[in-house]
Design a protein. Structure first.
Length: 393
């Protein structure tokens, strides 16, 4: 990955990273993924050292995990790609070892692996973020208190004072009722939204989103250089930007994209996980919430925050696994309005380490015809002609 040389290219990179996330994180896989074609399902996925040059500390991991690992490190240290990597003109020479931070990063990765192996039975308890906390140089000295600690209120923190929490079933039932009820939700067969994306330096970009049952969704961001498209056809998803081969989503990205595409989410979310654990939430937009966490053996958790009064979903947090740690994707839902008997959020905000954007829906139509052809993976663009330069990363 690289720090773009112009404001426009920086915006394009950050958008692609973010959309790949929503739609899962995949966010930001474009930089190096665009250098390769996706592995066929019937063949063994390429390893990192088979696809990229000069791989040392991360040998043996799937090639598609290299960019998520880089994302985790940049988020953990609060840096951009050029902190470790060498720029040559408009391109990045990722294989060069000229910079000391890259050499140090390899040693730190090996140290982290050793700590977890020797002290935590190989479980990943320590990550880059454990020490760096968003800073290139870890803080080794405790911070001096700037004010006296507030005294405990009488009776505070005593056992038995916390209000009883609803069960997971009660939360899901209340959410479904607040959304309009099962019959109304299941009558929605399609949804077409037009709106504006705001983010990446206060840019305002037109966005179209098309959804169709069952589990089909495509979002089109109209950039000045062409459309950036994130799609899910009910089985698999992809992300494409002008002049690049489409990035094919992996299993984790597909799981997130399927949730985003589910027009009947309020009916079906309860079945996504075998076990749900309820806990006190936090204030979101001034509203009290109750949290419920879904857990399946061997599957990443899903956190949902429901408005304690209305029952509507205010926040969803899901995760993607990288070789170095988990990356969170947070989606906040607000501005709920009634449309055809169901409550729909007209605004959602997506945030993950390094970027954030919001989409405000200006126009919404449901149960209208949507051609299945919209959800078809676009063809790979032809290679540039000999006298043409490839698009900059």
């Amino acid at each position: 990955m690289s720090l773009m040389s112009s404001k426009k290219s920086t915006f394009t990179k950050k958008y692609c990273m973010a959309m790949a996330t929503t739609l899962t994180i995949g966010l930001a896989l474009l930089g190096a993924h665009a250098q390769s074609t996706p592995a066929q399902a019937t063949t063994r996925p390429k390893l990192a050292e088979e696809q990229f040059k000069n791989i040392k500390a991360l040998k043996g991991i799937p090639a598609e995990q290299i960019i998520p690992a880089m994302q985790f490190m940049t988020a953990s240290l609060g840096v951009e790609c050029e902190y470790c990597h060498v720029r040559q003109g408009k391109e990045m020479a990722f294989d060069k070892d000229d910079k000391k931070p890259k050499v140090a990063a390899r040693k730190m990765i090996q140290m982290m692996f050793a700590i977890n192996k020797d002290n935590f039975e190989g479980k990943r308890e320590v990550t880059c973020f454990s020490c760096h906390r968003g800073a290139a140089d870890p803080v080794g000295t405790p911070i001096v208190a700037t004010e006296d600690a507030a005294p405990e209120s009488a009776g505070e923190n005593k056992a038995g004072t916390a209000p009883a929490l609803p069960t997971a079933d009660q939360l899901f039932d209340k959410y479904l009722a607040a959304s309009g009820g099962a019959d109304a939700v299941q009558k929605i067969s399609s949804r077409v939204e037009k709106g504006t994306l705001t983010g990446f330096g206060s840019q305002h970009i037109p966005v179209d989103v098309y959804g169709k049952a069952l589990d089909k969704r495509i979002s089109v961001m109209h950039l000045s250089g062409g459309d950036s498209v994130t799609g899910f056809d009910g089985h698999s998803g992809w992300l494409s930007v002008p002049g690049r081969p489409p990035h094919i989503m992996n299993a984790e990205e597909n799981f997130g994209a399927r949730m985003d595409a589910d027009l009947h989410f309020a009916v079906e979310v309860k079945s996504f996980y075998a076990k749900w654990v309820v806990a006190p939430g936090e204030k979101i937009g001034g509203r009290e919430t109750t949290q419920v966490v879904g857990r399946n053996g061997g599957q990443l958790p899903l956190k949902l925050y429901f408005d304690s009064q209305s029952g509507l979903l205010l926040r969803l947090i899901r995760y993607s696994e990288t070789p170095l740690g988990r990356l969170p994707t947070q989606i906040d839902y607000s501005d709920y309005r009634e449309a055809d008997g169901v409550k729909v959020p007209y605004r959602w905000s997506l945030a993950r380490p390094g970027n954030r954007f919001s989409i405000q829906v200006d126009e919404l139509h449901q149960n209208v015809p949507v051609d299945d052809a919209k959800f078809t993976l676009p063809p790979t663009p032809p290679p540039p002609l000999p006298d043409q330069k490839p698009a900059a990363h």
